[in-house]
Design a binder for this molecule. Structure first.
Ligand code: BDR
Ligand code: CA
Length: 331
């Protein structure tokens, strides 16, 4: 089988780790490289975390460090460097003890790696965008015509009816709204799928699900369970949810099997993002039902079959133990 070419643009991140592990386990994808961006933690932390995941999975690809801050913060000399605090543990990966191989860090900048890979494979490269989209925006600004030949961008961010940074804004899009605007600017040429908080909250992992990974997932399952504990702790403290929303896993599972969502849950829509500082920074404004006749530049995925989503993840990463999950685990 000819494998699909994938770049993972990411800020790992516990939920990023689930997505990366899944992409590296799937026979559908050839992961061309992992590009990193400041977001959940500073660029150095997330780059090291990506290298740790490559080593854990014994993957044959490199990490390409990218942007240290959002477009706006990169432009202002005094820009503060934001991150997600300790939501993902103090190192961004749940403080689990993992080693990495320095040789997997490339000297090539993420933006150049993205452009070169797309240029060499026009119409063929898919990008899994699970952090702030700063690298993607910089690549579009530098080489717009090349970037218009990206096949698909699978983007975790935004939300139609929900927020997690403010009541209406999600973290990735809040972090760099100007970059989001640039990205959806090529949404008439490239298929860009938005997986916002509406769909991700409908697929959350219960403690039963996480416990199953620990019991039946071997070494990788135990590590995933351990790295998720602090992250799950923040869901309990902030929202009284027992479990965790593994946001970044949703786009990669959908990319593998779009059948997890019903066709009527995927909207071809016009999408804009609010860039002004304040409560609405990063808010996505989506004309779901085409009421206002704006130019459509996004596919917005609003729901997914949670059970099928989790079964697929377990099957891809852990294989046959999915039968045990199907039979015995009630989410
Ligand atoms: C997004 O923000 C990050 O903290 C997660 O990794 C995810 O990409 C969810 O809002
Ligand atoms: Ca992320």
């Amino acid at each position: 089988m000819k494998r699909r070419k994938l770049i993972i643009d990411t800020d790992p991140g516990v939920d990023d780790a689930f997505a990366i592990i899944t992409a590296l386990s799937s026979s559908q994808f050839e992961v061309k490289g992992i590009t990193t961006v400041a977001g959940n933690k500073s660029l150095e932390y997330v780059t090291v975390n990506a290298m740790k995941l490559i080593r854990l999975m014994r993957a044959d690809c490199k990490v390409y460090p990218g942007s240290i801050a959002s477009l706006k913060d990169l432009e202002s000399a005094t820009g503060e460097l934001k991150d997600a605090g300790n939501t993902h543990g103090s190192d961004g990966l749940g403080d689990v003890d993992l080693s990495f191989d320095e040789a997997t860090r490339s000297d090539t900048h993420a933006v150049d790696f993205i452009i070169d890979t797309v240029r060499q494979n026009p119409g063929k490269v898919e990008i899994l965008a699970i952090g702030p989209v700063t690298n993607i925006a910089l690549a579009i600004r530098k080489e717009p015509e090349v970037m218009k030949t990206v096949k698909t961008i699978w983007s975790m961010g935004g939300g139609v009816h929900r927020g997690n940074m403010t009541p209406v804004s999600e973290f990735n899009y809040w972090f760099d709204p100007e970059a989001v605007e640039v990205m959806y600017g090529i949404g008439t040429d490239v298929d860009i799928y938005m997986f916002g908080l509406d769909v991700t909250y409908n697929t959350f992992f219960t403690m039963n699900d996480l416990f199953f990974l620990r019991q039946e997932g071997g070494e990788i399952g135990r590590i995933m369970y351990d790295m998720t504990l602090a992250y799950a702790g923040s869901y309990w403290s902030n929202r009284r949810i027992t479990g965790a929303v593994i946001h970044d896993l949703v786009p990669i599972i959908y990319a593998i099997d779009p059948g997890i969502s019903k066709p009527e849950d995927v909207y071809r829509s016009a999408l804009t993002v609010c860039c002004e500082p304040g409560l609405t920074q990063g808010q996505t404004i989506v004309d779901l039902v085409d009421r206002f006749n704006f130019t459509k530049n996004a596919y917005v995925v609003m729901n997914a079959d949670s059970r099928r989503f989790k079964e697929l993840f377990i099957e891809i990463v852990f294989g046959d133990v999915v039968d045990l999950y199907r039979k015995f685990v009630r989410s």
